[in-house]
Design a protein around this ligand. Structure first.
Ligand SMILES: Cc1ncc(COP(=O)(O)O)c(C=O)c1O
Length: 360
């Protein structure tokens, strides 16, 4: 059998990181205990005990929490709702998660990319864009912690400044934070939701990265005035979400099994950084995330789209930078997203060595 390609492309946990046996136990326990309830229609906002867990975690009323079928489905609802209320510009980071870019384009948004650097989104770039045009944008989409694709985290100072700007302009914000709890070291900065208080900031996260992606359970913490409309979108799309996976997640959390993947992912992150230090050609630069799934790699003068094709022939895959920039942008040509979540440390070391040989 030929060896399977070493994947730095998949922003997903490796199968061996999925706690399948524990999830099976949780599934049996909740199905036994709850019976028909988890196999019936129910509230569009999701399984009550899990909504309450989220509400407590964020210090909000459970009515402001809507569980979604993965975070991305919630993004579709949110983008549609915000753009229906206020059509026009959606501000995003450059680079940003590629799937929302496609959803926003499909929803007819005018996508405006804002500059970021090692400290995350530049609040001055945001303020400049808000001054540039008098019409208020529909919303800002930001991934402030262990960003997909760059692995960067917005610094505490910038978070404070960002919230000041947002308040000054009354700008709605979607804070997407599926990686925040996958922290290996360092202190977690306050979320934008915490800093702002939840009038302008909507917060979303997901159990895809902390429990398992196949449970398809994400959540939104919405401003009080927006929760009902959001939930109505869920009801008019799928009537009710599947309750069994949400109940499995609640049971998993109640048993205190949350965040088990951290040590494994940390070893993978370390293996990737070590291999980059050992093999990256001069002039290369990369992010050093304290958590999450991704390292952002840059090599001035490289064309990572060509590199991805050459790497595939060498049995290594990754996503080239341009896919993470708004359509029409010419950025990211020399950048690449390297996910360390899917491969074990030995294969990461081998994959990075092969990739860097192609650059060197
Ligand atoms: C930044 C970000 N948001 C949202 C998601 C969606 O996750 P899910 O739909 O699996 O909950 C992902 C998945 O990779 C992501 O990276």
């Amino acid at each position: 059998m030929p060896e399977s390609p070493i994947s730095f492309a998949r922003g997903a946990p490796a199968p061996e990181l999925i706690p399948a046996e524990q999830l099976a136990e949780c599934a049996y326990a909740v199905a036994q205990r709850e019976g028909a309830k988890v196999f019936s229609y129910g509230p569009g906002g999701g399984y009550g005990p899990l909504r309450e867990w989220v509400a407590e975690r964020h210090g909000v009323a459970a009515g402001r929490v809507v569980l979604t079928v993965g975070g991305l489905q919630g993004f579709v609802f949110h983008a549609a709702e915000q753009l229906a209320r206020r059509p026009g510009r959606v501000l995003v980071e450059a680079p940003t998660y590629d799937r929302p870019l496609k959803i926003l384009a499909r929803e007819g948004a005018e996508i405006v990319a804002l500059e970021m650097d090692e400290e995350g989104l530049d609040p001055d770039a945001l303020a400049a864009e808000l001054r540039r045009r008098s019409d208020r944008p529909s919303f800002l989409y930001t991934i402030p912690t262990f960003q997909n694709p760059s692995g960067r985290t917005l610094s505490p100072e910038r978070r404070t400044r960002l919230v000041e700007v947002v308040r000054e302009y009354g700008l709605a914000v979607l804070e997407d934070d599926p990686y925040g709890l996958v922290r290996f070291e360092g202190d977690a900065p306050a979320s934008l939701l915490e800093l702002e208080g939840g009038e302008l900031v909507t917060y979303t996260s997901s159990f895809s990265k902390t429990v398992a992606p196949g449970v398809r359970t994400g959540y939104f913490v919405l401003p009080e005035s927006e929760a009902a409309a959001f939930e109505e979108r869920a009801v008019s799309t799928y009537i009710a979400p599947p309750f069994l996976p949400q109940a499995i997640v609640a049971e998993f959390l109640a048993q205190g099994r949350f965040e088990h993947v951290r040590a494994e992912l940390r070893a993978r992150r370390d293996a990737m950084l070590e291999a980059l230090r050992a093999h990256a050609p001069e002039g290369s630069a990369w992010s050093t995330p304290e958590g999450g799934y991704f390292v952002w790699f840059e090599h001035p003068g490289a064309n990572t789209t060509d590199l991805a094709a050459a790497a595939e022939r060498e049995g290594v895959t990754f996503v080239a930078g341009p896919g993470f920039f708004a359509p029409g942008a010419s950025d990211g040509v020399s950048s690449a997203r390297l996910a360390f979540s899917y491969e074990n440390p030995e294969r990461i070391a081998e994959g990075v060595a092969r990739l860097m040989r192609l650059l060197g």
